[in-house]
Ligand binder design. Sequence first.
Ligand code: SF4
Length: 353
Amino acid sequence: MSTPNDRCPEPLLSVEGLTVVRRDNPQVRIVDDVSFTIGKGETVGLAGESGCGKTTTALAVLGLLPSGLRRSSGELTLHGPSGDRPLHRLRAAQWRQVRWASISMIFQGAMNALDPVKSVGQQIAEAIRLHEPMAGRSQVARRVTDLLDQVGVPSGRAGHFPHEFSGGQKQRVMIALALACRPALVIGDEPTTALDVITQAQILELLGQLRRDLGLSMLLITHDLSVLADTCDRVAVMYAGQIVETGPVAQVYRQPQHPYTARLLDLFGADDTPGTLPTPIPGAQPAPDRRPSGCRFHDRCEYATERCAAEPPELLTAGTDQQARCHFAPWPGSGPGRLAPSDDRQGSRSSHD
Ligand code: SF4
């Protein structure tokens, strides 16, 4: 089992050895032995290319896996004032007490996630009534107004329909929906992907503000590492179903210890000189049923050796609070991509280079 990076505040959610497989072929692991912890008031980023398993991980945390997938092993524990709650043991009917009341989600694609034939106020009120059936009509109406105010949408627009809002406003409504039942943990699945950069910055600022004001914990999922820099305390990078690097966000960004993280950072960050396009990572992430032997990244890695093609690396300590799934971690200097590979590593490169 991968080792969780547990240096975090008092834990709110612990995920230990989560594995999700296809029902029709349990040999195919969509999420493979993933462990992480989210502390109270902490924001953790889950990053990686599309198809790496990050959204499936989030759906497993919410008990919302698609019908073709199932959790084959792993424990999910929600820690609260009244004790620990093992989410992996919940029956379908019990999930309702947890979803939205303790953990909610801002789903991908605000443009399509709202019901087009109901006003946004109706949709938020429905979420409240579903989980708090005893709440009175005026109480619910007041909560809807407060929630819209909180996310910066004029409360007078509660009666408007989704098509009357801009993309950024719709995303704010989605955030209000996620907050409707005062959850302790909000999962944001690519919450800014479809937005222009200015609106993206505004939504990230709003999420940061809500986190500070409400003491929320957050799990932010994205393929864009630059989104996480200012919003997260810690980051976990996923590749081909596994966590390949985890650690405090500033440390991982300054000294990545996995070549994949280093290449992602190069893609999303550093050189904004006009006319300079980032160099893409060669090849493509393998499909879950076609993962290579050894290190799953070896056929795309510029530092791969024969050992990498033969032996799967463990998630190893690679600095204070930092771990990387690479045979050569910790890397000397400032990490892979920031230094020339050593002579012996170059000399033993595999034919995949
Ligand atoms: Fe690259 Fe080898 Fe490290 Fe995998 S184990 S990331 S192939 S150097």
